[in-house]
Ligand binder design. Structure first.
Ligand code: SAH
Ligand code: ZN
Ligand code: ZN
Ligand code: ZN
Ligand code: ZN
Length: 439
């Protein structure tokens, strides 16, 4: 049966990815069987096989072995060491700057020998060092990192939007490419005064950023691998000195665990709130949560103040969501935000227009429905109103009098098939969902 997350539990055991999460199997909405702990970050047992029953008695020997295992599974260099290595690396002449593609590491001349039979790149330029997301290969394994990088157009749009909205600090949670674009503009343009702090589980980035620019962080359990010092870095960053307003932008893996993400994001919001003595007058930290539209109701469950924007976020290395040469594939990925929707100006040259009734920008195909009194399309196509369902539905659906609701033409009436958890379509399960497939 499906799993339910019981939360980050106090006193939970740890795997190399920080405190494990507590789960239970469910059947018809009820807990069934023993509760257990599993890795928060890896939904594939191949990536981390941590498992422990909640009521299991773990022997001292096993605890010691686990501790040892967790230590051995930390990166070979610390962030500090990587920062020092970088300083040495930039002092090298171009001809001595190598990047090992197999180890995904900048290598210093004394280490060349160990990497001679690896694939490596030579003459690493400053430009390359400033765009690590181009140098590193994306970790696409969909069940863990699901590293899908923004297409340049979408990244530019996001950054310009943030700047126009007056934000001067961006907490980039799982958005290395946005972070990189901010860093590189800040180093190139004198007037550009936006700063970014990247929080990401991908430790390879620690080779390119200082401890004030990057924290090794797990967004499924709010774990800072760098401990209290890293937490303090984040806290300081969130403190709005000289009126520099902060926004958090996050683009998490889509593979589920919305409740775990929401719990971590609430903790980051609380951190922001605590930096201000007056408590920000009950305001929430502004946030962009980038996620597929079919998660709308799940996100709104946790963040009722959020609304979904029509803007379609495009990716470089995603087979389905990228802006192809032969016309546009519709991306299902949207921006969820707690800012007033009418402030989010979408590009008219890409077909978005302002709906004065809804007071927000909508897709060109999104028609205002007079009966629903809103622009109802979620996927960018024109939806149609069903008087029997009393709502707008996808254009490909029809009303089935057997099921008493709108659904796909091809469906079997008896089956109460809830469909795929990821995209909501019937006929396949989340593991086979094409909307998650890699390029
Ligand atoms: N579109 C973004 C990248 C999003 S991909 C951009 O272009 O900047 C998802 C990101 O989340 C990746 O960078 C990945 O490393 C990170 N990530 C995956 N699991 C994570 C976790 N458990 N904690 C923190 N970051 C995670
Ligand atoms: Zn783990
Ligand atoms: Zn190597
Ligand atoms: Zn309608
Ligand atoms: Zn209907």
């Amino acid at each position: 049966g499906p799993l339910a997350l019981l939360g980050p539990a106090p006193g939970a055991p740890s795997c190399p990815h920080g405190p494990a999460l507590l789960f239970v199997k469910t059947s018809q909405g009820k807990e069934e069987g023993r509760r257990f702990y599993a890795c928060s970050a890896c939904r594939d047992r191949k990536d981390c096989n941590f498992f422990q029953w909640e009521d299991e008695k773990v022997s001292d020997t096993r605890l010691a072995a686990r501790k040892e295992y967790n230590r051995n599974h930390q990166p070979s260099f610390t962030h500090r060491q990587n920062v020092d290595r970088y300083k040495n690396f930039v002092l090298l002449p171009l001809s001595k700057r190598r990047f090992c593609q197999e180890c995904q590491q900048l290598i210093l001349p004394a280490e060349w020998e160990e990497h001679l039979d690896h694939q490596y790149l030579c003459d690493i330029t400053t430009t390359q060092l400033k765009s690590p997301s181009q140098l590193l290969y994306p970790l696409e394994n969909k069940k863990t990192n699901a590293q899908y990088l923004f297409a340049d157009r979408s990244c530019q749009f996001l950054l310009n939007l943030l700047v126009d909205l007056g934000f001067r600090r961006v907490l980039s949670v799982g958005t290395p490419r946005l972070h990189e674009m901010i860093q590189s503009r800040a180093s190139q343009e004198e007037e550009f005064s936006v700063r970014s702090l990247l929080l990401d589980i991908d430790f390879r980035y620690s080779q390119f950023y200082t401890e004030d620019e990057f924290c090794h962080y797990n967004m499924f359990n709010h774990h800072f691998f760098g401990g209290e010092a890293a937490r303090e870095t984040c806290r300081k960053f969130l403190y709005e000195e000289n009126g520099e307003r902060v926004i958090m932008v996050t683009d998490p893996p889509f593979g589920g665990l919305v409740e775990a993400l929401a719990s971590s994001f609430k903790k980051l919001m609380a951190m922001w709130k605590e930096t201000e003595k007056e408590g920000h007058d009950n305001k929430e930290m502004p946030m962009f949560w980038i996620f597929p539209y079919f998660f709308e109701s799940r996100i709104l469950d946790f963040f009722p103040s959020f609304s979904m924007m029509d803007y379609q976020v495009d990716y470089d290395n995603h087979a389905l969501y990228k802006h192809g040469k032969t016309g546009r594939r519709q991306s299902p990925v949207r921006i969820f935000t707690n800012l007033p929707p009418n402030m989010i100006v979408l590009p008219e040259e890409e077909g978005y227009r302002f709906c004065t009734v809804c007071q927000r920008y909508v897709s060109s195909g999104n028609q205002h429905c007079e009966i629903c009194n809103s622009c109802t399309s979620k996927d960018g196509r024109r939806w149609k109103h069903c008087v029997l369902c009393k709502k707008c539905v996808k254009p490909s659906w029809f009303h089935c009098s057997n099921c008493n609701c709108c659904t796909l033409q091809k469906h079997s009436c008896e089956k109460t098939d809830v469909g795929c958890f990821i995209c909501g379509e019937a006929g396949h399960k989340r593991s086979a969902c094409s909307s998650l497939s890699r390029s």
